[in-house]
Design a protein around this ligand. Sequence first.
Ligand code: TYM
Length: 327
Amino acid sequence: MKKRVFSGIQPTGNIHIGNYLSAIKHWVASQPEYDNIFCIVDLHAITVPQDPKVLKAKSLELAALLFAAGIDPQQSVLFVQSHISAHSELAWILNCFIPMGWMQRMTQFKEKAGTQREQVSVGLFDYPALMAADILLYNTDEVPVGEDQKQHVELARDVAQRFNSLYGETFVVPRAVIPPSGARIMGLDDPTSKMSKSETNAGHAINLLDSPDEIRSKVMRATTDSLREIRFDENRPGVNNLLTIYEHFSGLSQSEIEAKFDGKGYADLKRELAEVIVEGLRPLQSRYRELTADPTHLNSLLSEGVSKIRPIAEKTLRLVQDRVGLG
Ligand code: TYM
């Protein structure tokens, strides 16, 4: 029996190379070894205001991007979260088993809410409960995510264990799998903050659908420092971030990269980096154009996925309802 992998991604903003290098690329590479379910989490997206038409379009665009990146419908199910109502239903039940204190410790809420704590939605605060429901519905063993989602996966573990100890074995207890490198790609304009879909500064993120010229111009403007030497060093976040991105797109080792740029300047690094990104994204972008040319096919891939996994979600939900005395 293959282990079950579940992961999710929000259909908001533009999908960037941080999402790609820490999550999507790993999902694609490990597909043959696992039983995979990948989810476009539109219910998470509405924790902040969304334009309804844009949200729908973005969900489909993201599906096309993920298939274009190599998610293979023969090996993996890709689906849209709101198409299976069990996610919302289980989230409500889990809400009733998650202490406020656990939720209040979630650092991402603190970052996202910032000074607007009293104005943001309850959904934004409660978002990890829905994420726990996503994971637990499918008897998930492993959750491949970037570093920023680790705390949420741990909350899913904690609530699974709490529920199991109260009602007997019900949930598989999942674990987060974080890639050793690339788990945290930083903004090009500000390498001390993570690359984020919601950041609107034009030079912040390289998006998977950026044109070659956009990529070149963003990379050339990236923040570095006033030193010269080109080497991996976490204390020099700008250069370190560029080198990490280079490492992923070139497939070279860190020592090979340092040797390659020995004696060269930041402008050389940036020029080479822009070209490996442009070439790295080219096949994905051309498959994306093919897929979006046929939305009927795209929609049918998504609905085939849903029908394969809905029974798993409904079975878990029924078991949980039964344990709690509902239904
Ligand atoms: P989301 O949509 O913010 O991000 C999708 C994936 O990309 C990773 N990521 C990054 N990795 C490295 N550097 C960055 N700058 C960066 N930005 C984002 C995230 O860690 C994630 O793996 N709540 C989740 C989606 C979700 C989910 C789930 C994930 C909902 N349900 C169940 C796993 C399992 C989120 O908002 O991801």
